[in-house]
Write a protein that binds this ligand. Structure first.
Ligand SMILES: Cc1ncc(C[n+]2csc(CCOP(=O)(O)OP(=O)(O)O)c2C)c(N)n1
Length: 675
């Protein structure tokens, strides 16, 4: 293909990107202008997808890491026919399909939401793992590549360490990452913050690394070709690129390689917008244009892609006819079907820790759900995801026949990888660690919530009862923090996360049931380390625990109107039961309410909420988290007994007594409240 035309198309991307930012009066033109050459070659010569069926499961994936380079992606996808010139002109405007940072929109070719640097390329690692998982089950005909684009910021983010290590360890030769190395970042040049030899770093992790001129079409093409043939390792193409390529000042002199063009319109940054557009061959009065010859080239590419995809699909149909059972399985993997598990049949011994009852459920999942992948950040025997692992094997280079990912000690990487698997599709993704380390995962959990990905978090060791490990390991404020995502709505007007802290084994089975049924948002399960006395059952504890699907329900009730309603989540519910026994001896009528999810409870009808927590009856809440965790539910005339401080290192039983998490203290607190 003629490089004159190719370079003209890249200039077209530069023109559109710079014009979007100029018109919006905000955004990031410089990086986009430098990265345009790679994007253009990737989309015209390498990326396989079906423009007439953007959700085709076997498409190559492209994950952008630096979301601030959205103008580059939109301009690229505009050439490919997925955005109109009007869409480009409406960049960053209310209601436009071209938001400031890309928001997942597969129909238009946006595979992931990006913005927090570092996360995008880790999602690509997750997608690449998902692809290997599928190929291991259905065959090489399903193979596709996962491309990702990273910038200096993404390489500097700590999370890239986890992704680099994992992709190297797993030998993800299907992963090809382009590093837009323009040596410029937001407030400094890279040499003011690092002397790193990035090439050596990735080589040390087992990557295939090439360094090229990232603005040279032939070099990009050659590097991508070489990457296609790599059999053992993920590939990193370090493309040395020119920030603000093509930008000039009023007098026509170069305004390339300037920090200023990173994050503001060219005109504001010190360049001349008009002269730059003209320098790139555009019309500054009418810049939102695709050159006819570029349009023609992309139209041809579109046709070729549709033809190639149709041949691949023929291959798929042939395979489906020859393998009807596997074909049905493949369809079910990608259909978001809720696995048919009989949760009532899952047996738990009496008095289990909820992490242990979770392990019982996970064992059944491992046996019955073929497309569930569970991961742990090196705590599988503590967070009890080993209940799953013991029925399968962990992924390793060349062997993706199992269903477990040993993520190593890298919680944020793990959470991002799970997002990538969920985005790829075909996989039910779950991951575990200690609840206190949810802090390390929060940025990815937030992105899962924003992208509405049904990732499941298994957060164990839910309170100070981790005991001797001390305050570093004792979550206090974490529950209040994560429940804020239950209050934050996603763009589908639903709670952006479901957070469940089950009170005993039966409720843990139910919590897992709810988690699996929730295919619209992420779900967090907050589980205990210590054994919990099972809650009293009227007839069948599991059947009664099913009421957890309303977020809160009555575990035991008084005859007639209660004097007090006791409410809690998790293991504190059983402490309330002990307290209520003492109160009953004094004739105090108690209702006990388990609230595994305040968010879910508040989504119920006002009548239901009123029937469980009626106004006019005093309420006492107990939580091992901050009091604020329950304050919204007990109301102004109620009281919450919670943890007002960091925890302490001591045996769990001692802490219960010292900190007041006993039936006796429930008795005392309630007596005081009732006056
Ligand atoms: C986690 C995170 N921290 C900070 C930022 C703010 N930020 C956006 S772009 C940027 C600089 C990135 O530089 P580089 O990746 O080299 O992009 P370029 O200058 O080439 O456009 C920063 C600090 C962010 N988006 N994400």
């Amino acid at each position: 293909m003629s490089n004159t035309l190719i370079n003209k198309a890249a200039d077209n991307i530069r023109i559109l990107a710079a014009s979007m930012v100029e018109k919006a009066k905000s955004g990031h033109p410089g990086g986009a202008m430098g990265g345009a050459d790679f994007m253009n070659i990737l989309y015209t010569e390498f990326l396989n997808y079906d423009p007439s069926d953007m959700k085709w499961i076997n498409r190559d994936r492209f994950f952008l890491d630096p979301g601030h380079m959205s103008p580059m992606l939109y301009a690229q996808l505009a050439l490919a026919g997925n955005y109109s010139m009007e869409d480009c002109a409406n960049f960053r405007q209310w209601g436009s399909v071209t938001p400031g940072h890309p928001e997942v929109d597969v129909e238009r070719g946006v595979e992931n939401t990006s913005g927090p640097l570092g996360q995008g390329h880790v999602m690509a690692v997750g997608a690449a793992i998902a692809e290997r998982f599928m190929v291991a089950r259905f065959g090489e005909w399903m193979a596709h590549k996962t491309y990702t684009f990273i910038s200096d910021g993404g390489v500097q983010e700590e999370i890239s360490q986890g992704a680099g290590r994992l992709a190297g360890y797993l030998g993800l030769n299907n992963l090809i990452m382009f590093y837009d190395s323009n040596d410029i970042q937001l407030s400094t040049e890279t040499n003011e913050v690092t002397v790193e030899n990035t090439e050596m770093k990735y080589k040390a992790w087992g990557w295939n690394v090439m360094t090229i001129n990232g603005n040279n079409a032939d070099e990009i093409r050659a590097a991508l070709k070489a990457a296609q043939t790599e059999k053992e390792r993920p590939t990193l193409i370090i493309g040395k690129t020119i920030m603000g390529k093509g930008a000039v000042k009023e007098d026509g002199s170069s305004y390339e390689r300037k920090c200023a063009t990173h994050g503001m319109p060219l005109g504001e940054a010190g360049a001349s917008f008009e002269k730059s557009i003209e320098n790139l061959g555009g019309d500054s009065k009418n810049p939102f244009v695709i050159f006819p010859e570029v349009q023609e080239m992309y139209a041809k590419r579109r046709e070729d892609l549709i033809k190639a995809a149709s041949l691949k699909k023929d291959e798929q149909y042939k395979w489906e006819t020859e393998n009807p059972e596997l074909a049905a399985k493949l369809k079910s993997f990608f259909s978001n079907e809720i696995p048919a598990i009989d949760y009532s049949k899952i047996e738990h011994k009496a008095g289990l820790a909820s992490r242990a009852s979770s392990a019982n459920v996970l064992t059944v999942f491992a046996e019955q759900i073929e497309n569930m992948v569970v991961s742990s950040a090196d705590l599988s025997n503590s967070d009890k995801t080993d209940g799953f692992l013991k029925k399968t094997t962990a992924f390793k280079k060349g062997d993706f026949s199992g269903k477990f990912l040993q993520a190593g000690v890298s919680e944020l990487t793990m959470a991002c990888v799970m997002n990538g698997m969920a985005l790829h599709g075909g996989i039910i993704a779950a991951c575990g660690t200690f609840f206190v380390f949810s802090d390390y995962m929060k940025p990815a959990a937030r992105m899962a919530a924003l992208m509405q990905l049904p990732v499941k978090y298994i957060w164990t060791h839910d309170a100070f009862r981790v005991g001797e490990d001390g305050p570093t390991h004792q979550p206090v404020e974490q529950e209040a923090q994560i429940r804020l995502l239950e209050k934050l709505q996603n763009h589908s007007h639903k709670n952006s996360m479901l957070v469940l802290r089950p009170a005993d084994s039966a409720e843990t089975s139910v919590a897992w049931k709810l988690a699996m049924e929730n295919i619209d948002t992420p779900t967090a399960l907050i589980l205990s380390r210590q054994g919990i006395k099972d809650l009293p059952a009227k007839t069948n504890r599991y059947e009664e625990a099913l009421q957890a699907n309303k977020g809160a329900y009555i575990v035991t009730d008084s005859q007639g109107t209660p004097d007090i309603i006791l409410l809690a989540s998790g293991s504190e519910v059983s402490t309330l039961v002990a307290g209520a026994e003492l109160l009953a001896k004094d004739g105090v009528k108690c209702r006990i309410v388990s609230v595994p999810s305040e968010g879910l409870f508040r989504s119920q009808s006002a009548e239901y909420q009123q029937s469980i927590l009626p106004a006019g009856v005093k309420k006492f809440g107990m939580t091992a988290g901050l009091p604020v965790t329950l304050e919204g539910l007990v109301g102004a005339d109620g009281k919450v007994f919670g943890m007002p401080s960091f925890g302490f290192s001591a045996p769990a039983g001692v802490l219960d007594v010292k900190l007041g998490y006993t039936g006796e203290n429930v008795y005392n607190q309630v007596k005081e409240l009732l006056g």
